[in-house]
Design a protein around this ligand. Sequence first.
Ligand SMILES: [Zn+2]
Length: 222
Amino acid sequence: MRRTKKKFIEYNGGRVEITRRTMKNMILRVGPGGLLKVSCPFQVPDKAVLTFIDSRKSWIDGQDIPDPEPDFRDGTTIPYFGEKLYLNAVPGCGASVRDDCSLRVYVKNPADPSQIEKKAKDYLREELKTYIELRLPLWEERVGESCSEWNVREMRARWGSCHTDKQKLLFSLKLTAYPRICTDLVIVHELAHLVEANHSPRFYDVMDRAMPGWRTTNQLLK
Ligand SMILES: [Zn+2]
């Protein structure tokens, strides 16, 4: 007797956990770290699950995720593009300074983690933007589509998004925790949506052509 059957499939640079069981409807939840979890009847194919998730994108972005966020206190470490930086909070103001292994942020009150978090995230956001600005033209050429605007923001359940009508791309600030090649992957993924809105075979053809090794990089974003 079949009770439940669990599997993982790729979705938007991340993973979806699908649990098939005897039930009538599909149910979507957002788990720790933004992992999408779908329960559905046995007969629902993977493709229908992805279409279902696509239709719930704004709902997903509105969900609170039990996320293991980095701890922004003086002396702790934060992830930095696949490496780690020690946070050094000192009283004062001015631009943050990074060396090989630390990030010094100037705040009014170094005992207040929220002040440190803001300064550290501002720094990370600028670093990510600089990288995207550098890499975007290259990937636009490879994919054969250009975006009209893009931005970085804190996103809950996704690495990026593509608003095809406005040709606008959004990138998650969390990409600053992963090696830079992961940012490249998400740039290509979102640009590929300008060619093909859905995760169809044609979409993956575009990905394969523009970035042949993307599946390996994809493993890092899990
Ligand atoms: Zn996608």
